[in-house]
Structure formats: structure tokens, C-alpha cells
Design a protein around this ligand. Structure first.
Ligand SMILES: C[S@@+](CC[C@H](N)C(=O)[O-])C[C@H]1O[C@@H](n2cnc3c(N)ncnc32)[C@H](O)[C@@H]1O
Length: 297
């Protein structure tokens, strides 16, 4: 048996095991323990490397413009996944991250953090991620001098109080069993006047609880934007390309089916749940009190 076949078999077993725990746990409305999420995302990271090599650096559903007006908007990035980051950063304005200390929680395979480090010129861009595999990928893959990655848990952020100006969170918060602990931790690590930029997909029925947890801290809510249509547009625009990539991998058909579903390709349950609005994709911007005016001397 070749090494590829052996690894494929091993990963198929892990994908079925962890995928089943996540899927049925969610269906039963249970909160998924951290060891399961870590095992799941480690497996996704390993499957991605085995099948697709190093080219997949983002693991989100993406963002596409839906009107000619939006087309001239500044949401930058040359892939729909990077445009999702661009649309989030846009909420603060073009140069708002320059010379700032920025933290991304749930940075995955680092494509978004690298994009921000290179295009927004923060003083320091730090990615924190639960999956050790994804963190070692990032450490070996990116070279921007202002960019660093750490393994860590969103629900107990291991940073001093008031150490960041902006916290970014992209399609990760729905994984946290204790979302309130994450929100409190973000408020703690933000400097006065600092911002949380968060975008994620949440079941419509869970949205009131999700929103209430976000509003539980003493900060100002600046923006809440439903971007479900933009995400659907991105998924449709990207579906053929993703399907072709997945089919080319040579991975067993059960893994390819999982990957098509996870990537929300045409015909997937995820895409139809967005289309029926059972799943909503929403972006939020919060500002911690106490920033005051910057006075030029
Ligand atoms: C769908 S991926 C998105 C990754 C990245 N933000 C992107 O857009 O490419 C979700 C990420 O959140 C990470 N994650 C899940 N639970 C976490 C936790 N408790 N602490 C830190 N990261 C977590 C996963 O390991 C995964 O890499």
C-alpha cells in the first residue's frame, strides 16, 4: 500500500469519527468540547495538505459583491475568502489598522492574517489558533516580519490586558462552546477605543443568543450587517473551481464528498441552508469605551 493510500485511509477514519461527533453534537444542540474541535480542525488541515498541497490558505465561505454599486467598494483581496477579510476591515476604513497591534483569533491556515499583515501594515499581526497542525503550517509558510502565530484557545486568551487595538474573528466563533468567555476575553485584551471585527455564520434560531452574548460587554455596537447574500454569491461563483480542485485530489470518494459539503459547493446542504436563510452570515463591529479623541500636538 502506498503512503498516500495509508494516509488517506487514516484520515478517512478520523474525518468520519470527528465529523460525526461535530455533526450529531450540533444536531442535538450540545456544545462541542474543545478536544473534539481540535481533532476535527487538525484533520481538516491534514486532509487539505494531503489532497491539495499548500495552496489552500483560507478556510471560509468567502464574500462577493452583489450589486454593481458594491463592485466599486473597496473590499480588497483577490479571492472570495480574502475579500471576506477585506469587507470586515472596510468597516473601520482603509488605514485604520496601520501601525496598530492586531490579533486574529481562529486564524486557521493563516491566509487572512498574512493578507492583513501585508496590505494593512499593522505594527504587529498575531494569529491564535487551536489546531497545532494549522499553526505549524503558518509558521513554515509565511514570512512577513510583522506576523506571528501561536497555538491557543479563543476562550482563554493568553495575552495581557489591553494589549491589542483590533481583534479580528472570521468564521470561527460558531465553534466555541463558551462564546461568552471569548467575548469577555476580547474585551479584556482590547485597549480603550479598540475594536472587535467579527463575521460568522450562525443558525437563525441561535442568532438572538449570539447577539446577546456580543452585547454583554460595555462597548459600543457600531455596525451589524447581514452579508448572507454576499456569501451565497461567493459560494456560487466559486463552486465549480472548488469542485474541480476536490475531484483532482485523488482522495477516497467519502472524503471528497465531505470536502464538497464542508466547502458548501453547489448541491450541498450548507448552501441550501444559506439560501433558505436557516443559516445567516453576519458581520459585527464593536468599539471598547475610553478611546477619546487623538490630539495632534
Ligand atoms: C472555518 S475555520 C476559519 C479559519 C480562518 N479564520 C479563515 O477564515 O481561513 C475556523 C478556525 O477556528 C479554529 N478554532 C475553533 N475553535 C477554536 C478555539 N477554541 N480557539 C482558537 N481557534 C479555534 C479552528 O481550528 C479553525 O482553524
Amino acid at each position: 500500500m502506498t503512503q498516500f493510500a495509508r494516509q488517506s485511509l487514516h484520515l478517512t477514519a478520523r474525518l468520519v469519527w470527528f465529523g460525526g461527533l461535530v455533526k450529531y453534537g450540533r444536531r442535538l444542540g450540545l456544545s462541542i468540547p474543545k478536544w473534539i474541535m481540535r481533532g476535527w480542525f487538525n484533520t481538516v488541515s491534514q486532509v487539505t495538505v494531503l489532497g491539495l498541497g499548500e495552496e489552500v490558505t483560507c478556510l471560509n465561505y468567502g464574500y462577493a459583491d452583489t450589486t454593481p454599486d458594491q463592485h466599486s467598494s473597496s473590499a480588497p483581496g483577490n479571492t472570495t475568502s480574502l475579500r471576506l477579510y477585506g469587507s470586515l476591515v472596510d468597516m473601520l476604513g482603509a488605514n485604520a489598522l496601520a501601525d496598530r497591534d492586531v490579533l486574529e483569533v481562529g486564524s486557521g491556515r493563516g491566509g487572512g492574517a498574512n493578507f492583513i499583515a501585508e496590505t494593512c501594515q499593522p505594527r504587529r499581526m498575531t494569529g491564535v489558533e487551536l489546531s497545532p497542525d494549522a499553526v505549524s503550517f503558518c509558521r513554515n509558510h509565511y514570512e512577513a516580519p510583522n506576523l506571528q502565530f501561536r497555538q491557543g484557545d479563543a476562550m482563554c486568551l493568553d495575552f495581557p490586558d489591553e494589549s491589542f487595538d483590533v481583534v479580528i474573528n472570521v468564521e470561527s466563533a460558531h465553534c466555541y462552546p463558551d462564546f461568552g468567555a471569548f467575548v469577555a476575553g476580547v474585551h479584556r485584551v482590547l485597549r480603550p477605543g479598540g475594536h472587535l471585527l467579527l463575521t460568522d455564520c450562525v443558525r437563525a434560531t441561535r442568532m438572538p443568543r449570539f447577539r446577546a452574548a456580543l452585547h454583554s460587554q460595555p462597548w459600543a455596537a457600531h455596525q451589524e450587517t447581514d452579508i448572507t447574500d454576499n456569501v451565497i454569491a461567493a459560494l456560487i461563483a466559486d463552486s465549480d473551481r472548488k469542485t474541480r480542485l476536490i475531484e483532482k485530489t485523488g482522495l477516497p470518494s467519502i472524503i471528497r464528498r465531505h470536502l464538497r459539503e464542508l466547502s458548501a459547493c453547489a448541491g450541498s446542504r450548507f448552501l441550501s441552508r444559506f439560501q433558505s436563510r436557516a443559516l445567516l452570515y453576519t458581520s459585527f463591529c464593536f468599539e471598547k469605551a475610553g478611546g477619546g479623541e487623538i490630539v495632534e500636538v
